[in-house]
Design a protein around this ligand. Structure first.
Ligand code: ATP
Length: 295
């Protein structure tokens, strides 16, 4: 069953900005990673799902409810972390969490207390005096504390330190085990690779790729990073018929699929100082669409 459905969603802000013909679905229990550089259209897509902006053309729905006409109901039902968390600054963290619990009609604060402990949040001080990371933790706890079936997370780990990022990844993995449906936008490849079942890449407002993360992991493509004795050798090798990704002084990166034998034969005619091999990663896929070097 599809929990989230986006069909031909378009919002044209002019000058090529906005989102155009965005379509994808997320099925029950699936974690969908949403990647794209700054300004690609992730937040605009997500804001449609929350009903903050209405589709000019196309449609989106969550659990069969149209996001435009059922926004209040959907917002109560979901767990949502906005890209820029705006909290009530004059409240303490504790007051804010209580306020959100009352808004949702929550009786049991057990999950909230458990999450505060996990994320090592002391919610006592005023929100306006909290660091970015502390505010982000409040955003995370607010999104998860009512145990929602569907979570929409816009750059959820922004501002968190690496330990807390890891705590967050573990939480997502647990929620996935518990059958939650999650859409998560991120700039962190590793976090998306560890948690997501599928990944959608958006570029200039259009979806350019939707990939299955397991298939990507099993891909036979490997990135070979070869260091030659001299820059001359590196540039000579770069002219051989391989899928060269980058040349940097003595180092050449190539993507190799089934032609390892040919690579070995060719390398035999060069003086190689070092050879590193990495599996094709989400970052490679992303860079393929954005035209840059991943390393
Ligand atoms: N209200 C608005 N009015 C005009 N243009 C807008 C508006 N909101 C977003 N845009 C433009 O739409 C494009 C997509 O923006 P969006 O915030 O969705 O990107 P994003 O992928 O979330 O980026 P980031 O990673 O920086 O958060 C950008 O060019 C942005 O300037």
């Amino acid at each position: 069953m599809n929990v989230i459905e986006i069909a031909n969603l378009t919002r044209d802000y002019g000058d090529g900005r906005g989102i155009f013909d965005v379509s994808f679905t997320i099925s029950e229990g699936e974690v969908f990673g949403f990647l794209g550089p700054n300004g690609a259209g992730k937040t605009t897509t997500i804001r449609h799902l929350l009903g903050f902006i209405h589709a000019k053309s196309g449609s989106c729905s969550i659990l069969g409810k149209d996001c435009g006409t059922n926004s209040a109901e959907i917002q109560k039902l979901l767990g949502y972390i906005p890209g820029e968390i705006a909290l009530k600054n004059d409240m303490s963290g504790q007051q804010f969490l209580k306020f959100m619990a009352e808004y949702r009609g929550m009786k049991d604060m057990g999950r909230c207390a458990e999450l505060m402990e996990r994320f090592e949040l002391n919610p006592k001080g005023k929100i306006k005096k909290m660091s970015k990371g502390m505010k982000q933790k409040i955003g995370i706890i607010t999104a998860f504390m009512h145990d929602p079936k569907v979570l929409i997370l816009d750059e959820p780990t922004s501002g968190l330190d690496p330990l807390m990022q890891n705590t967050f990844v573990k939480l997502i993995m647990e929620e996935k085990q518990r059958g939650k449906t999650i859409l998560m936008s991120s700039h962190m490849f590793e976090e998306v690779e560890r948690t997501s079942d599928r990944v959608g890449i958006i570029k200039d407002g259009r979806i350019v790729s939707i990939s299955d993360v397991d298939t990507l992991r099993q891909s036979k493509q490997r990135r070979y990073c070869i260091t030659f004795q001299s820059a001359d050798e590196a540039s000579r090798f770069a002219k051989e018929e391989f899928a060269v990704q980058a040349v940097d002084d003595q180092m050449v990166q190539v993507m190799i699929g089934n032609d390892i034998q040919r690579l070995i034969a060719v390398l035999n005619t060069y003086h190689v100082l070092n050879l590193d091999i990495a599996q094709q990663s989400l970052e490679d896929l992303f860079m393929h669409f954005y035209g840059g070097d991943s390393k």
